[in-house]
Write a protein that binds this ligand. Structure first.
Ligand SMILES: C[S@@+](CC[C@H](N)C(=O)[O-])C[C@H]1O[C@@H](n2cnc3c(N)ncnc32)[C@H](O)[C@@H]1O
Length: 228
């Protein structure tokens, strides 16, 4: 076992780690979107999405034509909000066909045409000798809740997280950034896991709470840079 995979979970596997769960969820959400125009869940709330986007907006090295990839994009609301903020080169991937179908339907209704959506499994190893069928690289790679979902896979989460790490390394350009938002892992746990390939660039401030003399956060957002 490598040093990075020694990062231990403080939580147990759940159905949120299964593709079946996401296929069923997005199946319901497509129906709800078609019937009522409801776009579905924004994971960890709109505030955590806004915090990431505000940070990107204030970052000198980020421009609105930088290629952006949203890993496990779900309904694609992060990317929709990015188009509203002027970004033009956007891609979303998810392993659930239903997620991509929903994301495309929402973008179409909003008359947004500059987002590319693709079905891809971020931990699949069978497309080429590389990880996943994704061949492009991106300046900005975003994950909100997807590494968390992968960490909940029953039985094979350690291998899955290692595969995910390889995939992300391959997707981020040398001078790019990887912005990860997690509610299951702390800052230290994320840094320990990603440290073979990435180092901390910035921690995006998130609300914290105090309990029993200990400070904690409900959600952690980190900006990581590939190690040279
Ligand atoms: C907690 S949801 C987050 C969705 C979206 N990022 C958001 O913030 O609203 C996790 C997403 O990861 C996707 N996902 C989980 N495992 C995946 C994998 N191996 N490859 C691609 N997508 C995956 C799920 O289908 C789901 O859309």
């Amino acid at each position: 076992m490598s040093a990075s995979s020694e990062c231990k979970r403080d939580f147990v596997s759940s159905e949120l780690g299964t593709k079946n769960y996401w296929d069923e969820t997005y199946g319901r959400e497509i129906k709800s979107f078609n019937d009522f125009g409801d776009v579905g869940e924004i994971w960890f709330g709109e505030d955590s999405q806004e915090r990431v986007l505000d940070w990107l907006e204030d970052c000198d090295s980020v421009t609105t034509d930088d290629p952006v990839l949203d890993l496990g994009c779900g309904n694609g609301m992060m990317l929709i909000e990015m188009t509203r903020r002027g970004y033009t080169n956007l891609t979303g991937v998810d392993y659930s066909n239903g997620a991509i179908e929903l994301a495309k339907a929402i973008a179409e209704k909003e008359e947004i045409t500059c987002i590319t959506y693709q079905v891809a499994d971020l931990i699949a190893t069978d497309c080429t000798q590389k990880y996943t069928c994704l061949t492009r690289q991106y300046k900005i790679v975003i994950d909100k809740g997807t590494y968390d979902a992968i960490s909940l896979i029953p039985d094979s989460e350690v291998e899955a997280r290692q595969a995910y790490l390889k995939t992300v390394k391959h997707l981020v350009v040398e001078d790019g950034i990887f912005v990860i938002t997690s509610c299951n892992w702390t800052k230290d746990q994320l840094l320990q896991f990603f440290k073979p390939e990435f180092e901390l660039f910035k921690k995006i401030p998130t609300p914290s709470f105090q309990f029993g003399g200990q400070m904690g956060s409900t959600v952690t957002s980190l900006v990581l840079k590939p190690k040279s």
